[in-house]
Design a protein around this ligand. Structure first.
Ligand SMILES: [Zn+2]
Length: 230
């Protein structure tokens, strides 16, 4: 981090402005996208327009994971990626609302879910939940459920704390997640599994297996972003 010293007036003004914004807008009224003051909104109008339209228009993607349709709203780049990272690592709750709000403009091909569908999320390891102070998967699932008018609850239990997936390759991820997820109840209803970013699909696959073992037949995966295939 850069320190303001008297020799750099521009840095001084930057720090003063940051401080003033924090005092005036304690909720953090700086745009999560570009960092400019944004009148109390999570995104300034320009960034919101970019997230909604920009290069990302019609970028919804459907693929299949373990026989289950998996949807992602945006590619994991640009503003959508910034929001996912701000939510996940910066505990920015407002980012979740911006991402799930994109469901309002869902394409016609996006499925309509039966009313008894339960929205759920990938449970986070307990140690990381404490570290980050925000369960981003749960926040996203609650946002999705609110947008789609569905109920939301935890259906999957995490058995042990595994190292973060991001540091592992595909084989490592598979090993890491063996027996990690277990069903929390018998499932007799459709399930919509929500997560932040789809990378290799390993996490989603393990969760699908756990849900299937509990009786789930109709499942759909929805992630906010889709990482580029490697
Ligand atoms: Zn902005």
């Amino acid at each position: 981090m850069e320190h303001a010293d008297g020799k750099n007036p521009r840095a001084w003004w930057g720090h003063l402005r940051e401080w003033a914004v924090q005092v005036l807008f304690p909720e953090g009224a700086v745009c999560l996208g570009c960092g400019k003051v944004s009148d109390g909104e999570a995104l300034c109008p320009a960034c919101r327009a970019e997230l909604k339209n920009g290069e990302m228009l019609d970028s919804w993607e459907r693929e299949e994971i373990a026989g289950v349709p998996a949807w992602s709203i945006r590619p994991h780049r640009g503003l959508a990626r910034t929001l996912v990272l701000r939510l996940k690592h910066g505990a920015e709750r407002r980012a979740a609302a911006e991402l799930t709000g994109l469901l309002r403009d869902r394409p016609e091909v996006f499925p309509a879910f039966p009313a008894e569908t339960v929205v759920t999320w990938v449970p986070m390891p307990k140690n990381r939940r404490r570290e980050r102070a925000v369960d981003h998967g749960r926040l996203l699932a609650e946002g999705v459920a609110a947008e789609l008018g569905l109920s939301c609850r935890a259906l999957i239990i995490r058995r042990k704390s595994a190292p973060p997936q991001a540091r592992l390759n595909r084989a490592g991820r598979e090993r890491n997640l063996q027996n990690t997820f277990a069903p929390g109840e018998k499932i007799t209803f459709p399930v919509l599994l929500v997560d932040d970013v789809l990378t290799t699909g390993t996490t989603a696959r393990r969760c699908i297996e756990a849900l299937r073992a509990a009786g789930a037949k109709e499942m759909t995966v929805l992630t906010m972003t889709r990482a580029a295939r490697t």
